[in-house]
Design a binder for this molecule. Structure first.
Ligand code: 2IP
Ligand code: CA
Ligand code: CA
Length: 377
């Protein structure tokens, strides 16, 4: 048996394959495409199908990790609920069954007559993933699954995944939108402290194979545990003039405050996970978000990788408050074991008050300095 890190990468590979499958195979792809143009009578079903890709991926990850590491059972959480409307309008709990045939039958209760689609999905669900990654095999984080819990975002940037644009030209290496910003995020955090410990980001749509035209993915992983720092990537060099990546939803005040710091040039991208990946890869020096519109499952995996590389993700509101009050010490980082007080549903796990993801402390300092003047932050 490999370690937990290797298992997280393995499940992310299976998830990425499921994400690619849902776009590649005709019966599945038709259902995705039809969502945009389909007749009204299909709307509910297609909406459900869209979610089925996410729900199924999350259940597969939960199932495979829980099977290999029974200590993790009950501690694997994700964005989605597995409750699903079936074709009769009843409720079905999507899960991985003991046999491929049982999984096919369960999927058919959601997909209706789409036998081929159900079979393709079940094949991928029950297939074993073999990783031929020597560096990963040699990584020994020294963590015990008993101390950890997991956050899964089965598909981050669902809108871009469904939209599927392949021709969005990058700006300084950063894709402003498109299929490549759809990512699988699997992160593990310390149950007691809430700190992120292991992170895997999988890019299912990294590039097309020039020969076969099939999508090829890639993955990145990181470990930040005690004094141990391990990563599949080396820390990138900082840009002399900082590059900041933002959500297109970011308001004028934040744009106005950060513009001068970045030589008047801000970058924009879709997907919370993708923007953090841009920082991890050194395409950007910081990702700033002033609102609580991301969740624990968006940030946990990228945060672990950022910490592995010497950076982190701070809670923006708390960091600005500490600064105003002149408190010494490092600004507070996001934690993953504390639901927001007084909130219900997904909001319990919102990263309230926004965040800053960074790699080099001087950029965090510069960004916080610039944002300190923004009224209302
Ligand atoms: C979303 C997704 C969005 C992001 C939002 C996330 O997750 O990453 O793209 O907004 O914060 O919660 P933006 O693109 O404006 O940064 P999901 O796609 O999983 O709902
Ligand atoms: Ca997300
Ligand atoms: Ca998602």
């Amino acid at each position: 048996m490999g370690g937990l890190l290797q298992a997280l990468v393995g499940v992310s590979e299976k998830a990425a394959e499921l994400a690619r499958l849902c776009r590649r195979e005709e019966p599945l792809f038709q259902l995705l495409v039809a969502e945009k143009t389909g007749p009204d009578r299909n709307r509910r079903f297609l909406q459900d199908f869209k979610t089925l890709a996410d729900v199924l991926i999350q259940e597969v990850i939960k199932h495979d990790l829980g099977k290999e590491f029974p200590e993790l059972q009950g501690h694997i959480h994700g964005e989605e609920s597995n409750e699903f409307r079936d074709v009769q309008g009843g409720t079905v709990a999507v899960r991985v069954c003991a046999t491929r045939e049982d999984t096919v039958a369960l999927l058919l209760s959601v997909l209706g007559p789409e036998q081929a689609a159900a079979e393709l999905l079940a094949d991928a669900v029950h297939r074993d993933v073999v990783l031929g990654d020597v560096t990963l095999a040699g990584a020994k984080p020294g963590v015990s699954p008993r101390d950890l819990a997991v956050w899964i975002d089965p598909i981050d940037s669902t809108n871009e995944y469904i939209g599927g644009r392949e021709d969005v030209p990058p700006v300084d290496g950063i894709a402003p939108a498109g299929l490549c910003s759809a990512l699988v995020l699997v992160g593990a955090f310390d149950r007691l402290s809430g700190r992120p410990v292991l992170g895997v980001i999988n890019e299912p749509f990294f590039r097309r194979d020039p020969q076969t035209r099939r999508w090829q993915g890639r993955y990145h992983w990181g470990v930040a545990h005690g004094d141990t720092r391990l990563c599949s990537l080396s820390p990138p060099d900082p840009h002399p003039v900082p590059r900041v990546v933002l959500s297109r939803a970011e308001g004028a005040a934040v744009r106005g405050a950060l513009g001068p710091l970045c030589g008047g040039r801000l970058h924009f991208a879709a997907g919370a996970g993708y923007k953090m990946l841009c920082v991890i890869l050194g395409l950007a020096d910081a990702y700033v978000l002033s609102e609580g519109t991301t969740f624990a499952w968006d940030a946990c995996a990228p945060h672990a990788i950022l910490r592995a590389l010497g950076g982190g993700v701070v809670a923006l509101e708390g960091a600005l408050r500490a600064r105003r009050e002149g408190r010494a010490g490092d600004p507070p980082e996001l934690v993953y074991n504390r639901p927001a007080e007084g909130a219900g549903g997904a909001e319990r796990w919102a990263n309230r008050g926004g965040l800053v993801a960074y790699l080099h402390p001087q950029h965090l300092e510069a960004v916080l300095g610039a944002l300190a003047t923004v009224p209302g932050l």
